[in-house]
Design a protein around this ligand. Structure first.
Ligand SMILES: [Zn+2]
Ligand SMILES: [Zn+2]
Length: 369
């Protein structure tokens, strides 16, 4: 079979940064050592780059699951260049194709069907989809955002600027240029990249399918720890427009917390959430079909299946009753808040009008006397 063209620059880039991280950085740690300040800078830059990808590239731009004011968008666009994963436009275009054609080995850019290596990094080492490379039609909506266009135009100067110049300056300030470049520059970059790559590879291989078996995406709490919440990938593929990936309070999803936190101060808004009932239904329906196929193989299948169906119907009925009533309760609460506000306004207007009436009567007494 004809092999796709090798992308030498990408291969060289991943090899050199990988070797520096695997060999030069540990050697430097052993011979010279890194101090706490360098570790702190590396961790901060790691978090900044990673969250810019998950919150910015992924949930804001690729899926438009919330809106953000320009200072937040600018910060995320610059942080994205720190992660060296190509421009917002390019990344989002790939990612939308991934969702649209998930697991399709020719159309999903990082299809997990082609194995761990391909979906992790292999897809970037050869030009597998040359006709799609500069085709940004599926991200036309993003081209109305001047920050996205600006970042795409100046991507490489920005990427060199933050990765080399900024870390270099921090190193000079600290007094150990080489060590800071090795740790906060290269090693931090390599880690940050592979943490993201794990979402395309491991999150499609290892974990549970909680909401859908239509594609290979998995929910994995461990993976969420190093991917700022993106480990809940089965939920994400089922409900991609939701700004959350970990929907339970105990699920680790700092990207969700940051988006929600910023909305309290008005920096993000229009946070999209799938209704709880739809999520619960998807979960129950998948459990139901799993149980059905297990019971069908058993000797007393008929009895078990009818029991299962009865329990399931009862579950859905109670679920639906609860959610309908809760909706009505919320509606009432909203109305009672509204009526409280109206009553307050009414009292204010009444006293304003009465005052004016007193004045008017006084004025009339004088005018008509
Ligand atoms: Zn995926
Ligand atoms: Zn996605």
């Amino acid at each position: 079979m004809h092999q796709a063209k090798l992308l030498w620059t990408n291969l060289a880039f991943f090899s050199i940064t990988g070797l520096i991280t695997g060999i030069a950085a540990p050697l430097y740690a052993f011979l010279v050592g890194f101090d706490r300040w360098q570790l702190l800078i590396a961790l901060l830059l790691l978090g900044y780059a990673g969250m810019s990808i998950t919150m910015g590239y992924h949930r804001l731009w690729s899926h438009r699951s919330f809106e953000a004011r320009w200072p937040v968008r600018a910060l995320l666009a610059i942080g994205g260049t720190l992660a060296v994963q190509n421009s917002i436009l390019h990344w989002s275009s790939d990612h939308r194709e991934h969702h649209r054609h998930v697991d399709d080995n020719t159309r999903d850019p990082y299809s997990a069907g082609r194995g761990f290596w391909y979906s992790h990094i292999g897809w970037m080492l050869r030009e597998y989809q040359p006709d799609r490379y500069h085709d940004y039609r599926n991200v036309a909506d993003l081209q109305t955002d001047p920050i996205v266009v600006w970042q795409h135009r100046h991507y490489w100067p920005l990427a060199w600027g933050v990765n080399l110049v900024l870390t270099g300056l921090l190193g000079i300030l600290h007094g150990d240029l080489m060590g800071t470049l090795l740790l906060a520059g290269v090693a931090r970059l390599t880690l940050s990249q592979h943490f993201t790559f794990f979402i395309n590879s491991l999150a499609h291989i290892w974990g549970r399918q909680t909401y859908s078996e239509q594609n290979s995406a998995k929910d994995n709490g461990l993976l969420a720890l190093i991917t700022y919440g993106e480990g809940y990938h089965n939920f994400h593929h089922r409900f991609a427009s939701d700004y959350r990936n970990g929907i339970r309070w105990w699920q680790f999803d700092p990207t969700k917390w940051a988006i929600a936190g910023l909305s309290w101060v008005g920096l993000t808004g229009n946070l999209k959430r799938i209704a709880d009932e739809r999520i619960e239904r998807a979960r129950a329906s998948l459990q139901m079909s799993k149980a059905k196929s297990r019971f069908e193989a058993l000797p007393n299948a008929e009895l078990l299946l009818s029991q299962l169906q009865a329990e399931y119907d009862s579950l859905l009925e109670k679920m639906s009753e609860f959610y309908t009533t809760r909706k009505r309760l919320l509606e009432c609460k909203r109305r009672s808040i509204e009526s409280g506000e109206l009553a307050q306004r009414c009292r204010r207007l009444k006293s304003r009008w009465r005052q004016q009436r007193r004045y008017w009567n006084h004025f009339m007494r004088q005018s008509l006397a």
